[in-house]
Write a protein that binds this ligand. Structure first.
Ligand code: URA
Length: 270
């Protein structure tokens, strides 16, 4: 293991809990690092779809379309290209969050990424800089990415449920998330990621349109409008609940395995 990687696992509070799985030839395969306590509810099933060619239309059973102001507004947003969408978000005044923001936080990264990480909403640092996950939680997210050999901007896109900072870092209200939902939906439609990683409860509730604990949803492949989605804890939560970093690491390993299966066409959502 390289010193840098060991540092990252230490930063995540995971070293030396984790060991590397070795292949038959004895070669270390760091990206398949395994937990000493495998997740019992991990579910893998045979191939079903290729997210790159799937329609992003909602499935009635999983994600009912929700009213977000006028249908016209939504329809207009759904036709926007990147430049139009960025300009629309930058000038958005469609919910009360705009009043106290310094900067909108659109999202950042590779617009053709396989990986999409979705958080909750900007905090103070993000509001000041206009980029998601640049504070302490962002540092941890960067280390989580690095631990699975990813980095922001390189086949990775990072976005939030809401683009403006909720005052005092409270959770976004359902109405605020609803007003912002077409923006995230359009971003996802433009990116067409292979896999979405929902970071924390707010992302999960809004992307899966269901109330459930992170604990009950981990280790399974869900779907956002036909795109495979896995869940894990929000980095800010992990900073306050250090023991759960081990579970987050297991989730990241599950995400890596899922991505590998998606790339080879052997994964299906449950
Ligand atoms: N938390 C989030 O959910 N998003 C950010 O951009 C920063 C902190």
């Amino acid at each position: 293991m390289s010193g840098r990687r060991e540092e990252m696992l230490k930063e995540m509070g995971l070293w030396p809990l984790w060991r590397l799985r070795r292949d038959a030839a004895g070669e270390a395969a760091p990206e398949t690092a395994v937990a000493p306590d495998p997740q019992p509810d991990t579910v893998r099933e045979p191939a079903r779809h290729d997210p790159r060619t799937m329609s992003l239309e909602p499935r009635a059973t999983n994600h009912e379309p929700r009213a977000t102001g006028t249908d016209d507004r939504r329809a207009r947003i759904m036709r926007m290209d990147w430049a139009e969408l960025k300009a629309r978000v930058a000038g958005c005044t469609d919910c009360p969050l705009h009043a106290k923001r310094n900067k909108t936080v659109f999202g950042v990264g590779d617009e053709n990424a396989d990986w999409l990480f979705v958080g909750e909403g900007p905090g103070a640092d993000e509001d000041a800089q206009g980029e998601p996950f640049v504070g302490q939680a962002g540092k941890l997210l960067d280390n989580m990415l690095a631990a699975i050999k990813l980095k922001r901007g390189d086949n990775v896109y990072i976005a939030n449920v809401v683009k403006c900072r909720p005052p005092g870092n409270r959770n976004p209200e359902p109405k605020e998330a609803l007003a912002c939902e077409p923006y995230l939906h359009r971003q996802i439609e433009l990116i067409r990621p292979r896999l979405i990683v929902a970071l924390g409860k707010v992302a999960v509730v809004n992307l899966l349109a269901r109330e459930a604990s992170i604990a009950s949803l981990r280790g399974r492949i869900h779907e956002y409008r036909g795109i495979p989605l896995v869940v894990t804890y929000h980095p800010a939560y992990l900073l306050r609940n250090l023991p759960d970093k081990a579970k987050a690491w297991a989730d990241l390993c599950f995400a890596v395995d899922t991505m590998r299966d998606l790339q080879s066409g052997t994964t299906a959502a449950t």
